[in-house]
Design a protein around this ligand. Sequence first.
Ligand code: XMP
Length: 533
Amino acid sequence: MLRAKPSPLYSATYVAVWGLSSIREKVLVIDYGGQYVHLIARRCRELGAYSEIVDHTALRGVRLTDYSALILSGGPKSVYDTNAPQLDPLLVESGIPVLGICYGHQLIAKAFGGEVARSSMREYGRTKVSVEEESVLFAGSPREQTVWMSHGDVVLRPPEGFRVVARSENGLIAALESTQRPIFTVQFHPEVKHTENGALILENFLRRGAGLRDRWRPIDRISEIIEEVRKSVPEGERVLLGVSGGIDSLTTAAVLHRAIGSQLHAVFVDHGLLRSGEAETVMNVLKAMGLSNVHFVDAKSRFLEALRGISDPEEKRKVLGALFIEVFKEVASGIGGVKYLAQGTIYPDRVESGATGTTTSVIKSHHNVGGLPKELGLGLIEPLRDLYKDEVRDVARALGLPEHIVRRHPFPGPGLAVRVVGEVTEEKLEVCRRASAIVEEELIKSGLYDAVWQAFAVVGDDRWVGVKGDEREEGRVVIVRIVSSEDGMTADWVKLDHELLDRISRRITNEVYGVTMVCYAVSSKPPSTIEPC
Ligand code: XMP
């Protein structure tokens, strides 16, 4: 079920290569392995500058002249480590304006002859900096400001031709600007919300430093995306789309419906691992969209049977993936003449599945799930492949999807199979489903649902002795997981009000049969992941 590994930006395996022709100004974010790479790219887009990510090892395959600005990301290495990524001279020779962030700042300083060294003073977290000279990056921002630092190395001496425009409260160089070329560097992370003027600093780079003029908005691309789908799918050819109930696949359905109408065949497989009431909700939405061909497959018992006795999460994913393909094949051959498979792949899926090279390690195989199996021999259509989740939400709204769908929390492809730890049984699934529904209901009631990234219940095989009346009774342990996040790559556990936690806990033990203990998950990502397995 691994996706055929695409080349850095566009893959030959895709029949539909989205041209992005209307975008004249693009920013290229070069990934040196930093944890905030996606944030950098997203911030640029929020500021109206379309951005793409490429791994530093794949740079030579990219046409730099397509880009109006380059941003070098942070990274975990020291510039002097063996095998540490170095600055590709092409980047500087290109003459394209560059912003180096953290590792990027150190790389540029070293490449231009400055001195970089391990610092005895590690700056981490909120740090005060003061702006020492008039500068492009800090234009319009106060002299003293708080930024987010995370580094061990520092630039001790700036290269010739660079001036120090800001220093940290510890006297360390915080920002440099070249006096001769459009090269700017910052030791801190402007992409992180804790940097109080981060958006302004990035905007200053993009608009003043790199001279970008256009304002990109995802919804401006809808008609173009629709046009591209029409061009990719010849008239009369059938396209199969698996709808999971998540925003990505439903938005893909809406786009395809507009583009190719009855050539679209949407398939919704109820694998029995869905949230409470999800099958009905999804079918209603598809009906309301007016889709001509919706195929509902009740495969609950088939999936449960296939999962029987399997505890290892990766094994579960493999089994589910294989069964999905089987079901899809059956549906496709039932329909006949299907030539294309559409998927709701979005930009982070591609980056995380290795589309930008080798630096980011694959943590769970789900990042590769959804690839087009070669043996199906179908062309692949992924209309949302260049968009981030919140951009997909904008497109969904513009296409008229109901607000409760647009706002619904992300849900993993393998569904409750990764929220039921250990073997998946009907009983554990029911506990997980009902407890999750309570968590969601309570968050909606308290107005917090939209403020968090995901909120759900987890159940494993742990037991806890409870008291029901005078009886001693062993029951299940439910873990409540509520996290905030910007893109799922990192996440914080939500410091929930105790009254609300208490309400959730009481309701779960009272209303969900067999539960005697509720715990709250208080680990962030990293070190934990969001889902338990
Ligand atoms: P983790 O657990 O890796 O989750 O911190 C990050 C985001 O990915 C979702 N997730 C999955 N999505 N298949 C998916 O399609 C999966 O197997 C899977 N596992 C996790 C998770 O819900 C979170 O939003």
